[in-house]
Design a protein around this ligand. Sequence first.
Ligand SMILES: [Zn+2]
Length: 165
Amino acid sequence: MKTPICEEDIREGRLCAQCEGKMEKGELGRLDFEVARILHRINQRKNITAASFTRCIDLGRMVVILTEGEPGVLIGRNGTVVSELSHALGKRVRIAQSSTDAKKTVEDLLAPARVLGINTAYQQGAEKTKVRIAKESIHSLPADVETLGKAIKTVLRQDVAIVFE
Ligand SMILES: [Zn+2]
């Protein structure tokens, strides 16, 4: 399995100094550790060694797990892996593919809301990124706008403004 936490930490249930440091810098979260531990337990019964994730995002009622690998492994046959994750976390779980295509990743994160585009503009030397969402999708967002803004910031590593058009 490939997760952002060392394998040894996952096995032993505590973080090494290096991972603690990443946690303090905000590069890792408690949720990443929790998800890695749950996947480790699942892996002892089902073979999911091909599973990988880069980051988990807490949307309140839902957790989004970003993977650069094949999302199917984290979903499992008939959704068994994702439902076990969901049960253990007590929240709905969505697997999103983290791709080099920012729009695709944001679309996965916001589905079923419709993303019209992501635009970056330069204003007085500062970069401003706007995520444009179809106005009629406002009620199909998976979480509130503030939470989603933070989630997108984690994914794109920059501040964004969410606008409805
Ligand atoms: Zn570690």
